[in-house]
Ligand binder design. Structure first.
Ligand code: NAP
Length: 262
């Protein structure tokens, strides 16, 4: 039987970890990657037992320079023909940009932008040659915004993911390869604490969605070949809001919402 293989980056927690059983239930063999390999191995063992699929684990720090290439080499050594790529791994850095740790900014940009871009570049030629493939990139509602004072570099990195996804989707029309971008709003995952987001008014006032609901929306979207998926009714409205409010107003609202609660 012709097996299909999916790669999920950032599969050790949150949205990526919730996507893994959905793809396993569909019948995909999985290559799971992140830094915390013991978590990945436990997930891989559970999914193998539950769904009879093959699940492999690759430990990789994607915030390192040239990680996209290193990860591709490790993936290709397991299975070079990838049918579905989920670029989910990402982190946030919050606070006044001039006070954020330079090393944390560098690592975030490597992970959120360079790593996923280069991994996609390595995976795509095989998909195009086989005339079949699906890519799911995880951006954010933040990607639609004109800017995020208080999380400026993170917001900009997610605008990149949204723009990049739309651009390559159009380039790939007619090739059999579809690109879907998932744009979640606040979601209950480890991101809340690692990005310092739970201290913001935005996370305090909004009701974060569960990671499973968000993953399910992404799963359905990538299977349908949708262009952009925004999970949740309120988030759908918020994704449209920059079209109707001047950038200066949106920036003031974002500055207020992204400020840490005193
Ligand atoms: N939660 C939200 O409110 C929210 C909203 C919009 C968009 N998003 C986006 O959703 C995506 C998934 O995040 P999440 O909310 O599920 O957060 P999460 O629970 O913190 O998951 C992040 C994943 O990325 C991996 N990761 C972090 N740093 C890494 C590195 N240097 N190298 C390799 N993998 C790394 C983590 O694994 P290890 O630590 O094991 O490496 C983990 O598996 C991110 O792109 C995030 O920007 C989240």
């Amino acid at each position: 039987m012709n097996r299909k293989t999916a790669v999920i980056t950032g599969a050790s927690s949150g949205i990526g970890m919730e996507l893994a059983p959905m793809l396993a239930a569909y019948g995909y063999d999985l290559i799971l990657t992140a830094r915390r390999v013991e978590r990945l191995q436990k997930l891989a063992d559970d999914l193998h037992k539950m769904y009879g699929i093959t699940a492999s684990v690759v430990g990789m720090d994607m915030a390192q320079p040239f990680a996209g290439e290193a990860l591709w080499k490790a993936i290709a050594a397991i299975e070079p023909d990838i049918d579905l790529l989920v670029n989910n791994a990402g982190v946030g850095v919050s606070g006044n940009f001039a006070e954020e740790a330079p090393e944390a900014i560098e690592r975030m940009l490597q992970l959120n932008i360079a790593g996923m871009t280069l991994l996609t570049r390595h995976v795509l030629p095989g998909m195009i040659a086989r005339k079949h493939g699906r890519i799911l990139n995880v951006a954010s509602l933040a990607g639609f915004q004109p800017g995020g004072p208080g999380m400026a570099a993170y917001y900009a990195s997610k605008s990149y993911v949204l723009s990049f996804s739309r651009g390559i989707r159009r380039e790939l029309r007619g090739t059999g390869v579809s690109v879907t971008v998932l744009c979640p709003g606040p979601t209950r995952t480890e991101f809340e604490s690692t990005a310092g987001a739970q201290e913001t008014r935005l996370f305090h006032w909004s009701k974060p969605m569960e990671a499973r609901e968000v993953a399910l929306a992404g799963y359905r979207g990538v299977m349908r070949g949708s262009a952009v998926v925004v999970p949740g009714m309120v988030n759908k409205f918020l994704a449209l809001s920059p079209k109707f409010s001047p950038a200066a107003v949106a920036l003031e609202i974002n500055r207020y919402l992204l400020a840490k609660r005193g």
